[in-house]
Design a protein around this ligand. Sequence first.
Ligand SMILES: Nc1ncnc2c1ncn2[C@@H]1O[C@H](COP(=O)(O)OP(=O)(O)OP(=O)(O)O)[C@@H](O)[C@H]1O
Ligand SMILES: [Mg+2]
Length: 214
Amino acid sequence: MEVLSVENLKVELEGREVLKGVNFSIEYGEKVFITGPNGAGKTTLLETVMGFIPFTGRIFYRGKPLESERDFEEVRGRIGYVFQNPDDQLFAPTVEEELAFAPLVKGLKREEVKRIVETTLREFEIEHLRGKPTYKLSGGEKRIVSVACVVTMDPEVILLDEPTTGLDRKRWNKLVEFFEETESSLIVVTHDTRLMERLGWKRFVMEDGELRGE
Ligand SMILES: Nc1ncnc2c1ncn2[C@@H]1O[C@H](COP(=O)(O)OP(=O)(O)OP(=O)(O)O)[C@@H](O)[C@H]1O
Ligand SMILES: [Mg+2]
């Protein structure tokens, strides 16, 4: 069963066709990579799926076409998006507050939010960062916190844009462990060949706005 799919997706930015009719789908629980050269349109594809960029063609979530801004708002509660640049994502004063944000927005009770925050801090081994302002984190710390934040939403699908950039060996292993264990569907945009080899998932290649399987 497909959870997310796009049909003939086209995006034009400043008069240039950046996505040239992309077709793609992912099943419940499926995990895939998208790789390809700089400027090929990988980030644009993820941002379009999240409803940040105007497009033509169709995007389906659980078989339902996403059309209105409201459709995308609803889907943004179920699809987690880890930005290529963590500074575009992190905004709360502290790591703890950053992690609490999505569960609070969901309307969960304080105690439940606290439980989720604690579990996530432990899962990603970032307890020591809990009180730190996010802007004072190192690059690698920001990266892992931005993944952890998305995990607190308990998303059905997670889109991750270059999630291993700047991670040391320990954090890289932690992330791989998370990728292996999560039940969420994953779309991981990456240039990290070691990661792709280690996990062995299906790969798609984006080249000049066209996506093909490998
Ligand atoms: N806001 C924008 N306005 C105009 N052009 C844009 C905009 N954002 C991206 N582009 C262009 O769209 C193309 C695809 O960019 P995109 O960021 O999707 O590439 P990418 O595959 O993610 O590359 P990278 O591997 O470097 O992250 C590039 O040529 C880029 O210059
Ligand atoms: Mg990109």
